[in-house]
Design a protein around this ligand. Structure first.
Ligand code: SF4
Length: 64
């Protein structure tokens, strides 16, 4: 499962970090960043909820 993030859309709401703190973090400006090595996050159950919980649809998932 491949994660794509759109930092131009992100408003720093932090829902992605709450849902999957092992995968997402926020930079100094509060914008979403993937933690290193987590572009493929099939093993993290919290990731599936993130596209729905992000208020601006800045996170997308695609099956490989
Ligand atoms: S939930 Fe969406 S808006 Fe909030 S930090 Fe994550 S990507 Fe950005």
């Amino acid at each position: 499962m491949r994660i794509t993030i759109d930092r131009d859309r992100c408003i720093g709401a932090g829902q992605c970090v709450l849902a999957a703190p092992a995968v997402f973090t926020q930079d100094d400006d509060g914008l979403v960043t993937l933690l290193p090595g987590h572009e493929d996050a099939a093993g993290d159950p919290g990731v599936r909820d993130v596209p729905m919980s992000c208020p601006v649809q800045a996170v997308a998932l695609a099956d490989d």
